[in-house]
Structures are given as C-alpha cells and as structure tokens.
Design a protein around this ligand. Structure first.
Ligand code: UDP
Length: 354
C-alpha cells in the first residue's frame, strides 16, 4: 500500500480525551494508531484542549457545537459564534494540498456542505444514526454526488438514513493487547458510556435494584440533571459511580464484572463499549436494536433482550453464568481487532483519495 497523507478532522462537540464525544473519540484514537502503524502520515485537527498520546494534533480555538442528540429532528442547523468547526475547516482549506485525503468525524452540517468546494477528497465517517432532518438532507446530497465517500459503523446505523444503501459499512476495532482477558469475575455488573438520556442508564439501575446485584457506572456525566434524577429515583439500587476512566483503568475494572448492561433508547450506531467488554471476557446484555444487536450472539457472547424491557434485563442477568467468557474474548479477537478494522478503513480511504 502506498503511503497516504491523512488529515483527520475531529468532532466539534468536545476536545479529544474529554469523553464528551463518546465512542467516536476511541475510534479516532484507534484510527490514528493503526494508520501510523501502517506507515501513513496522520495529522489531526481538533478543538483546543485535545490530547492523545502518539498523535500529531493541531488544536483549534473556538466555541464547541451542540451535540445533535440533544436536539429534536426538526431544529435548524445551529452555528455558534466563532464556531470551532468553521475554524477547523478554515485551517483544513489552507493546508489541504499537503494531504491525499481528509477524514471528517463531525456529525454536523458544515463539513458535508463544504465537500464540493474542496480540492482534496473528503471521506465522511458518520458516527451516529439519523438524528436531524437538515443533516440528513445535506448528507443525502453528498451521498448522491460522492457515493463512495460516506462510511458508517453498522448496517443497522446505515438503515436509519434515506441514503443508507450507499454507505460503506466499516465496523469498529480495538487494540486487543490493552484489554486483559479475565476468566473470573465478582458478582457485579457494569454500565459504561456517556450519562445522557439516549443511553437510558435508569433501566440498568432499575435492573440492579430488582436483582440487588451491584452496578458499577463508568463514564462522563453529560447531563447533570438527568443523573441527579436517577440518584433521587432509585435510592435503594446498589450502584457506584466510578467516574470517567482511561481505557487502561477502565478495562481493569470492567474485566472483574459478570456482565455489561447496554440499555440504549436510541439506535446505537455501534457501541464501542460492547467490544471492549467482550475483549475482557465480559458478556454483554443489550436491548436487541442497533449496533449491539449485530455484535452480540444471543446465548453465546451475551443476551439480546426485548428493547426497553426491564424484565428482559433481569432474566438475562440471572442467565449470565451460562456464558463461557472465553467465547467473548474469542469473538473480539476474530472480528474486532484493530488490524481487521484497519484493513477496511485503509481500503476505503485508498478508494477515494486524490
Ligand atoms: N469510556 C471511557 N471511560 C469511561 C467510560 C467510557 O473511556 O470511564 C469510553 C468507552 O471506552 C467508549 C465511549 O466512552 O469508547 C463510549 O462510546 P460508545 O460507542 O459506547 O457510545 P457513544 O458515547 O458514542 O454513544
């Protein structure tokens, strides 16, 4: 493979490593590491305060954008004053001729709109399912003009878009060497992710209250009011908030758990946390929709339950001892390695680069 010069444009909702971006932060980190390992030259443009080890990041000042999932579908696109996204793309415009390909990770209107005005090809990695009418429209136009340039995590995610059939399904992958396999677990459950309504943490808390099995919660509190409500509503649930941990520390704690609960109310585009759990040998219980439904094999690497059913979660929790934790790790190794995902991503970029 010929060396590519890749310019990555990060999400504009938060700095890299802040946790506000959710799973896309890990995806960007993994992409940088894997493309550098393959001898590509990678530079990243991201909001001020961004940090990743072993990454060449240009930090850009400006106001962060509002995450699309906190808005209703019909709301027009909002540009803050001194938009960090506009500043990032202004920078990209000036340096574009130094690169073979630009990779956009912002789930936002502007980069799609700008695509035909750039000389260097832009690959758009879409990190969530359909959430906004105005965004769907501009993405659809780009999909028509550049049918190869839109990438997504999963088939279920692609299906949420009217132009889903042209999206490249790229999956996801993690560096398995940093997730330690644990054969034995304590009698406790884990929940991890951004603490925000679309993730429906309250369902996992309810299940923990019913079973009285401790639930460890890891992740960024994106919506304080939502979190405080949960604490008020379920005072008898044996839950413990552990904070937002680095991947190294997260996998240590996660590996000791009997199972991971995933309770998304929305169509989860992928659910990086599912493959992180599997890599540690931790079975995943999830509602049967979106990305997790493609990742988990019911009865083998976890359980898929009827969406929004607390009874379903409780029944599955009692069945967790039936799962062989080796099968979980094996699934991660066979399907979700960084190398396998890197191959998909590299071929995609190679096909659309200048
Ligand atoms: N995460 C983390 N530390 C924590 C809790 C979560 O680094 O303490 C990361 C986790 O590794 C995952 C991301 O937060 O990469 C959540 O991503 P996911 O794809 O599950 O959901 P999203 O937030 O993108 O909707």
């Amino acid at each position: 493979m010929i060396t590519m010069k890749i310019l990555i444009l990060s999400t504009s909702v938060g700095a890299l490593s802040s946790g506000i971006g959710g799973g896309v932060e890990l995806t960007i980190y993994n992409l940088i590491q894997e493309m550098q390992r393959r001898n590509h030259i990678v530079k990243v443009i991201a909001p001020q305060g961004s940090f990743f080890p072993y990454a060449d990041i240009v930090e850009i000042e400006g106001n962060l954008h509002i995450p699309a999932q906190t808005q209703t579908r019909d709301i027009p696109t909002i540009m803050p004053e001194n938009s960090v996204l506009a500043n990032m793309w202004e920078y990209a415009r000036k340096v574009q001729s130094d690169y073979d390909i630009l990779v956009n990770f912002a789930f936002d209107w502007l980069p799609f709109y700008l695509t035909p005005f750039f000389e260097t090809a832009i690959a758009h990695f879409i990190s969530m399912g359909s959430l906004s009418d105005s965004l769907d429209q501009i993405m659809g136009e780009i999909a028509r003009k550049y049918p190869q340039n839109l990438g997504v995590y999963t088939q279920s995610q692609a299906k949420t878009f009217p132009f889903g059939d042209v999206c490249q399904i790229l999956g996801s992958g993690i560096d398995l060497s940093i997730y330690e396999f644990r054969e034995k677990a304590d009698k406790k459950l884990a929940w991890l992710g951004r603490i925000a309504p679309e993730k429906a943490l309250e369902d996992a808390v309810k299940a923990s209250e019913i079973t009285q099995i401790p639930l460890l919660i890891f992740g960024k509190i994106q919506n304080q009011e939502y979190w405080q409500n949960i604490l008020r509503q379920y005072p008898k649930a044996p839950i413990e908030y552990k904070g937002f941990l680095s991947t190294i520390n997260l996998q240590k704690e996660l590996g000791n758990c009997q199972g991971l609960l995933m309770t998304p109310r929305w169509v989860e585009a992928f659910g990086n946390v599912a493959i992180e759990a599997l890599a540690c040998g931790v079975p995943v219980i999830s509602y049967a929709r979106g990305g997790p439904a493609e990742i988990i094999t019911d009865g083998k690497t976890g359980f898929l339950v009827i969406p929004d059913s607390i009874d379903g979660l409780v029944t599955a929790i009692h069945r967790l001892p039936q799962i062989n934790r080796h099968d979980c790790r094996q699934c991660a190794e066979e399907i979700y390695s960084l190398t396998a995902w890197g191959n998909n991503f590299e071929l995609w970029l190679e096909a659309i680069r200048n």
